[in-house]
Design a protein around this ligand. Structure first.
Ligand SMILES: [Zn+2]
Length: 352
């Protein structure tokens, strides 16, 4: 299914490009600007089984996007400045924000040098457990389990199941099936119990993943001293907030902010919802983030920023820079708003 969905998106991006439809749609759907969403930035790797590759782009692709934006005279601004422009209704100049979720160390090693070339500010949303070295990046753990196993035995919904994983295609199919099943489990504890079991049975040290991939608070302190960088909150445990009680969801938001503020000695005013889709962040979470005092909060729902977005500051959509689509020719399609408009059925606000 994932491959099919990817193919449909790719066909859509290509069609928009080749028909020139993005030029026609730009005046209506380009909006006031865009918030770009990234995760990891690192050089392209070979290997056929890379199920998390949509979460990483190469430094060259980031550079190409920045250069495209600069050539079109689009301002690259901080989330504070976006908040100011939206609340003051200042739409005289189109803008773009760059945001990176989770707090990966490659943001420092590969994204910062490229962003620096363009003097482009950006925000990194940190899950505080990741920075404390005790977080669970279960999607990476799952990748590592499947990469090393030639078959996986697991009980799925009470049924003993064996997934043969000898080839990259079989591994991808197993990853998609287990990923969708795990995300659908009722609680974060259920998901973690299954991942813990897999890691033990297939010899993956899950605890090491977060220390290996994410910046510690010590590292974040020197990273955040760079004037281009803002740090935002991304919950404590990287849980699906919509699945928590209101008390727990509020605490995840507030405590992650407190821990980051304490460690970095600077205010944290912006939030990104973990997962951030409509199953993980809805009207209740938007209200909780507002009540917690965040100036803005971003989802992973696709969309551009419009004048109307000023009324939905804790439900802001983003445009994913997705590792599956790193062709330079799609850059004007992404900034035209045509692609996200198509995905959204041509709605400008999606906050329900
Ligand atoms: Zn995340």
């Amino acid at each position: 299914m994932k491959q099919l969905r990817n193919n449909v998106i790719r066909a859509g991006l290509e069609a928009l490009y080749f028909t020139g439809a993005h030029h026609l749609l730009r005046p209506i759907f380009a909006g006031a600007g865009a918030i770009f969403m990234l995760h990891r930035v690192r050089p392209r790797r070979d290997g056929e089984f890379r199920p998390n590759r949509h979460l990483e782009v190469a430094p060259e692709f980031l550079r190409a996007m920045l250069s495209h934006l600069r050539s079109r005279g689009i301002d690259i601004i901080t989330m504070d400045e976006l908040h100011r422009r939206l609340t003051e209704r200042n739409f005289s100049q189109r803008f773009a924000c760059f945001t990176f979720d989770d707090g990966y160390r490659d943001n420092r090693d590969f994204a910062l040098p490229v962003m620096g070339e363009f003097e482009a500010p950006f925000t990194v949303y940190v899950a505080s457990d990741f920075a404390q070295g005790v977080g669970h990046l279960w999607w990476i753990a799952l990748e590592m389990v499947i990469a090393r196993a030639s078959s996986i035995e697991i009980e799925i919904d009470g049924v003993a199941t064996r997934l043969d994983t000898p080839t990259p295609a079989a591994k991808q199919a197993a990853f998609d099936r287990l990923h969708d099943w795990l995300r659908g489990l009722p609680g974060g504890d259920d998901l973690q119990r299954e991942i813990d079991g897999l890691c033990v049975r297939y010899g993956v040290d899950e605890a090491a993943i977060c220390r290996e991939l994410c910046m510690s608070f010590d590292e974040l302190t020197s990273f955040a001293a760079d004037p281009l960088i803002s740090i935002g909150a991304h919950s404590v445990t990287h849980c699906n907030l919509a699945r928590q009680s209101p008390e727990v969801a509020s605490r995840e938001m507030a405590v992650s902010r407190e821990r980051i503020e304490q460690a970095l000695q600077r205010p944290v005013a912006h939030l990104a919802y973990p997962y951030g889709d409509r199953f993980a962040a809805g009207p209740r979470e938007f209200a909780l983030a507002k009540a917690a005092g965040f100036k803005t909060a971003v989802t992973t729902r696709p969309g551009m920023i419009f004048r109307e977005s000023a009324g939905y500051l804790t439900a802001l959509p983003r445009v994913s820079l997705n590792g599956n689509y790193q062709e330079k020719r799609i850059l004007p399609v992404l900034t035209s708003g045509a692609a996200t408009a198509m995905w959204n059925g041509f709605r400008r606000i999606d906050a329900a």
